[in-house]
Write a protein that binds this ligand. Sequence first.
Ligand code: V47
Ligand code: SF4
Length: 375
Amino acid sequence: MFQTLDPPLQKIADRILGEERLSFEDGVYLDEQADLHTLGHLANIVRERKSGNFAYYNTNIHLNPTNVCVYRCRFCAFRADLKDKKAYTFDEPMIRERVLEGRAAGATEIHVVGGLHHKKKFDWYLDVVRTIHETCPEIHVKAWTPVEISWFSLITKKPIRWVMEQMIDAGLGSMPGGGAEIFDPEVRKQLCEHKADSAVWFDVHRTAHELGLKSNATMLYGHIEQARHRIDHLLQLRELQDETGGFQTFIPLAFHPENTELDSIQKSDGFVDLRTIAVARIMLDNFDHIKAYWIMLGQETAQLALSYGADDIDGTVVHELIYHDAGAETPEGMTVEQLHQLIREAGREPVERDTLYRRVIREGADWKVGESVMA
Ligand code: V47
Ligand code: SF4
């Protein structure tokens, strides 16, 4: 199938074709030395094994309830101090209005993450989830990262499990993948010294999985990290997935430098983005899905990514702030028709999924969920 590959790459290719697991050294080799086209071809084999020709998307809406944050991650352009001009905090009517806007647009999911507000108590965050759930119980609430959950644990002086149980009672349905950045402690120290470390990140996801929630995982790349940090990050995720099986999707997130403390770093190009997606698809053999987040990649790279390992492009999104504050030039949302066109142009078959990867069946303005798509 391959014309003469370098012997180390040939060995790795044989292992991928034989569905064998790759090592840390294999991952670093792929990341640093494999040519992009061979890498993409190998990742595509794994991708089609798992998802065939399907490319998933969902109809979703974002809510970042506040941008006020006690932390100062050096890569973040979204956060604000309490008295900043750009500081904002949603109240209950604003949250309800956002949810109703989502319902009118046919959203099956609301994606909620934000800052850690200096003055808000745990009940305020709990009410964010409760208000969403009570306003539209049919919309799945995917909310909070381990950074937020550990903050709630700190301010309530209660264990993480207790915090999560309260959130589940209020309507939490699953967790997004944020806050992971790069797990390596030296890199983390330089990016976001004070916020939850990797042990806490894993503790929260393990607890979520034990409580029956599904979650996602991310990796922020294209800043000060190196290949060995990226591969270590992927292998730590693979290990927890072996233990719990609770992760659904991995989402590599390209660093956007504009308006951040790290604005002297150049944003990664399409080659690096595709390489990162392909390596992730190959190394994370126990993850069902890899997401090419179109908001972050741009539409063209997201389309290519569907042949470099990705099988999901996130969704209609609407009201994205984290990437747009950091200079993303993509639109703030896309219609279902635009997503379909984007996926079909890339030669894939669009499938609308809900948060838990069940097929969404629409009849006029109504929708219901069917079977798990690959079941
Ligand atoms: O945790 C913040 C990252 C994350 C920047 O689970 C930045 O489906 C790049 O987690 N440049 C939040 N990245 C977003 C996130 C996410 C996105 C899409 C889907 C899902 C999912 C999760 O964004 C943060 C941080 O790692 N981030 N600032 C920046 N300037
Ligand atoms: Fe705060 Fe999150 Fe931004 Fe860090 S990434 S400063 S925790 S909003």
